[in-house]
Design a protein around this ligand. Structure first.
Ligand code: 6PG
Length: 241
């Protein structure tokens, strides 16, 4: 595991964008496609907007990138709370990404059915073979959740490589999320965290006792892949120097 600490959020976002593009170039060169899983919330929006900027237009064949989601809220596709809606505005529309390359959760279905349907679509994309994403982007909540793996929820104990629906008491809503085993099969995992508000969670996850019920992001331990944290100084301020 590597922890990259940046003085500013801008520096963090630019480095992560460059690393994503490099990862995409490598995957496309060797496997003709790049399967990336995006995270939602507010932190990654600036990253998606940078990736949509002219700087990266010619740096990678955008037509060979398939976009997936690590989790989704139980919100309609046009709802600003919907993660895919945020990415559509920040990246897919500006980049003119074909709908065939966007694998979003069908939130028009009830949560459990949406999760089953998404699992099936992903399995079909991988032609029934092992589901190994090239890169999974994750965020971190101030309660140390990642994707929609929230503290003290049933999905934390799930040992299957799948997408599950889970009721999150804290938000009084259902979420749809990749399980930790699905995330941990990835070639590369990048956790994007910035802001003072995340400092305690970063400390708990990286330095505190191992307690995945309390700090679910501790579940993120790639089996064969690489785990990299991209953290600004504010979010890293709780780490022992
Ligand atoms: C979501 C995300 C979630 C997010 C964290 C951090 O659906 O909200 O997938 O896991 O990454 O909650 O969110 P912020 O970046 O908004 O702090």
């Amino acid at each position: 595991m590597a922890i990259h600490i940046f003085k500013t959020v801008d520096a963090l976002i630019i480095k992560l964008a460059e690393d994503i593009v490099a990862s995409a170039q490598q995957a496309i060169a060797s496997r003709e496609e790049f399967n990336i899983v995006l995270s939602g919330g507010s932190s990654p929006e600036a990253l998606y907007k940078i990736l949509a900027s002219p700087t990266y237009t010619n740096q990678v064949d955008w037509n060979k990138i398939n976009f997936f989601f690590g989790d989704e809220r139980n919100a309609p596709a046009e709802d600003p709370q919907n993660n895919a809606h945020m990415v559509r505005e920040a990246l897919f529309h500006p980049r003119n990404i074909s709908a065939a390359r966007i694998f979003a959760v069908d939130t028009s279905l009830p949560p459990e059915q949406a999760a089953k349907n998404y699992t099936k679509r992903i399995s079909e994309h991988f032609k029934g073979k092992k589901i190994v994403f090239d890169l999974i982007l994750l965020g971190l909540g101030d309660d140390a959740h990642t994707a929609s793996l929230f503290p003290h929820t049933t999905v934390l104990a799930d040992t299957f490589v799948s997408i599950q629906s889970v009721f999150v008491e804290k938000h009084n809503t259902f979420r749809i999320t990749m399980t930790a085993p699905m995330i941990n099969q990835a070639r590369d995992i990048a956790v994007l965290v910035y802001g003072q508000g995340k400092a305690e969670a970063v400390h708990h996850v990286l330095e505190d006792e191992v307690n995945t019920e309390k700090y679910p992001a501790q579940l993120i331990q790639p089996v064969n892949g690489n785990l990299q944290w991209y953290v600004d100084e504010a979010a890293a301020s709780g780490l022992r120097k």
